[in-house]
Design a protein around this ligand. Structure first.
Ligand SMILES: [Fe+2]
Length: 233
């Protein structure tokens, strides 16, 4: 038995129509029209849901997300307002999602008034406990900020500042099979030992080509393998 979920990222919905020279609402609508015909068990939104974190932008986004009829799980990005985000979605900023034999652990890597990310002691403890105390066979970790150099024009200084703290936890647990993020607005896949690392495209615009928009669709197999299909529109 396999299960699957979709990750979208960096939607940058705003009160203004044009954001970074694109219509982020129209672009997200395209993406959602595409994914609503697919079969999947959960939708993950990995930060920068909005461009300026206003309550009205979260409302706008939630209206758009109504076309998706699976559970939606969100985490903050540097453009979000943590309080407005958690109020709008009535959620904590870090979560554990159960999907069959798998669990997905979402983390809050956002620092106040900084573009780069950091995992606090509390977030690291949350991760450690979620991995070690679970009945799920396999774990996926998801956060906003990249944890390895992006091998591109992306300024890696804007990524997670303390990836070594994350790696020191996942190195101890063979049940972690993948780490996912957004923030860099580009698609990339990395291998780290037996763990897959996936960077998800933005639904608004890519910083580093192609000029299209996209999302990641993951399949979680019962033998612990994970497959990822990046779909471009
Ligand atoms: Fe972003």
């Amino acid at each position: 038995m396999s299960t699957s979920f979709i990750q979208i990222s960096d939607c940058h919905i705003d009160d203004e129509k044009m954001v970074m020279d694109v219509d982020s609402v129209a672009n997200l609508e395209n993406i959602l029209n595409h994914i609503k015909s697919r079969t999947f068990d959960a939708l993950l939104v990995s930060g920068d849901l909005t461009h300026n974190g206003t309550p009205s932008a979260y409302k706008k986004l939630q209206e758009q997300l109504k076309v998706v009829d699976v559970d939606i799980h969100v985490m903050p990005g540097n453009h979000d307002d943590k309080r407005n985000l958690s109020q709008a979605f009535e959620t904590e900023l870090q979560n554990v999602i159960q999907l069959g034999d798998w669990q997905i652990i979402t983390l809050d890597s956002v620092q106040v008034n900084k573009v780069s990310g950091f995992l606090t002691k509390e977030q690291l403890l949350f991760l450690e406990e979620a991995i070690s105390e679970t009945h799920a066979k396999y774990s996926v970790v998801c956060l906003h900020h990249p944890i390895v150099p992006m091998r591109s024009d992306w300024d890696d200084e804007l990524s997670l500042e303390n990836p070594e703290d994350l790696f020191s936890i996942i190195d101890k647990h063979s049940n972690v099979k993948a780490v996912l993020w957004g923030h860099a607005h580009q698609s990339e896949v990395f291998d780290y030992n037996d763990i897959k690392l996936y960077s998800c495209p933005s639904t608004a615009l890519q910083f580093n080509g192609p000029g299209s928009i996209g999302y990641n669709h993951y399949t979680l197999h019962s033998d612990g393998k994970i497959a990822c299909e990046t779909r471009w529109l």
